[in-house]
Design a protein around this ligand. Structure first.
Ligand SMILES: Nc1ncnc2c1ncn2[C@@H]1O[C@H](COP(=O)(O)OP(=O)(O)OP(=O)(O)O)[C@@H](O)[C@H]1O
Ligand SMILES: CC(C)(CO)[C@@H](O)C(=O)NCCC(=O)O
Ligand SMILES: [K+]
Length: 252
């Protein structure tokens, strides 16, 4: 059994994989990382241990330490997954490839290996990331991460308005094309900004390319995207990419 871990800034997502298939997946709030061994023991078939742990972390050293600590009783040792210039058939176009968030890189690897064609890779989490994945002009059949954007996620956007103004509440409610209340104006303003950025970056792709949407905010964002956009909702895209890397034969 292999354990794949995606530590984001809000939640830790985990997946157990065996013989190329998921045995179990789940998510924990970052304050509940101590519950990870319990969740894993419930999911692991009796008598089965972990052969390998692949850890993708963009949440900093404290979270890394908490995860390592929680896994001591189970752990064969954590392998850190980091962005590299190339992985599993995808080339990283960042000026400094190692600067790219490991979660974005894993999602891009997962996306290419699912789609094998250009796509927009969107993760609506604590941050919203919108990444352009093309076919590599230098290596047909391979993926090329051509660049992408980082925005505040929905909660960060509406939270910033609330914290830094006198009159704006922590808005709740539904999206409206043309809002007529303060709450709707804030909720819709944040979602218009996010959807607009997705639709603008989508212009970088060949017409008809899929837009892969994942993360805790995916459903909410999906509701206000242009219906003409070919959206594909993918749960746990980062874990899919990590699984692809873990399933590869080790480089000698
Ligand atoms: N039920 C929900 N309805 C609407 N939006 C939601 C919901 N749950 C989460 N979100 C939005 O999703 C974003 C964060 O999602 P979540 O807490 O699942 O983090 P995540 O996708 O695990 O991100 P990270 O990888 O950064 O931890 C926030 O912007 C939040 O507003
Ligand atoms: C953008 C986030 C926060 C998204 O989780 C993460 O991928 C990150 O910290 N990235 C590092 C910077 C970058 O990707 O350019
Ligand atoms: K994040």
């Amino acid at each position: 059994m292999i354990l794949l871990l995606d530590a984001g800034n809000t939640r830790l997502k985990w997946g157990l994989r065996q013989a190329g298939a998921w045995r179990a997946r789940g998510a924990l709030e970052r304050e509940r990382i101590g519950d990870l061994p319990h969740a894993l023991r419930q999911a692991l078939p009796a008598g089965q241990g972990l052969q390998r742990i692949l850890f993708c972390n963009v949440a900093g050293p404290e979270v890394a330490a908490a995860v390592a600590q929680a896994l001591v009783p189970l752990s064969p040792g954590l392998e850190n997954f980091l962005a590299t210039p190339e992985a599993a058939g995808v080339r990283n176009g960042y000026a400094r490839p190692a600067q790219l968030g490991a979660d974005r890189w894993a999602a891009l690897v997962g996306a290419w290996n699912q789609e094998r064609r250009p796509c927009l890779v969107v993760n609506a989490g604590t941050a919203l990331t919108i990444d352009v994945l093309l076919e590599d002009p230098e290596r047909p059949g391979h993926g090329y991460f051509a660049g992408g954007c980082i925005l505040p996620g929905f909660d960060l956007m509406r939270g910033a308005l609330n914290r830094h103004t006198a009159q704006l509440p922590l808005a709740e409610g539904d999206f409206a094309e043309l809002p007529r209340s303060t709450d709707a104006a804030i909720v819709s303003g944040c979602l218009h900004a996010q959807a607009g950025a997705v639709e603008r970056l989508y212009r970088q792709l060949p017409p008809g390319s899929p837009c892969l949407l994942s993360g805790g905010g995916a459903a909410q964002l999906d509701e206000c995207l242009d219906p003409a956009l070919p959206v594909r909702r993918v749960d746990y895209l980062v874990l899919e990419g990590l699984a692809r890397v873990a399933d590869l034969p080790a480089v000698a």
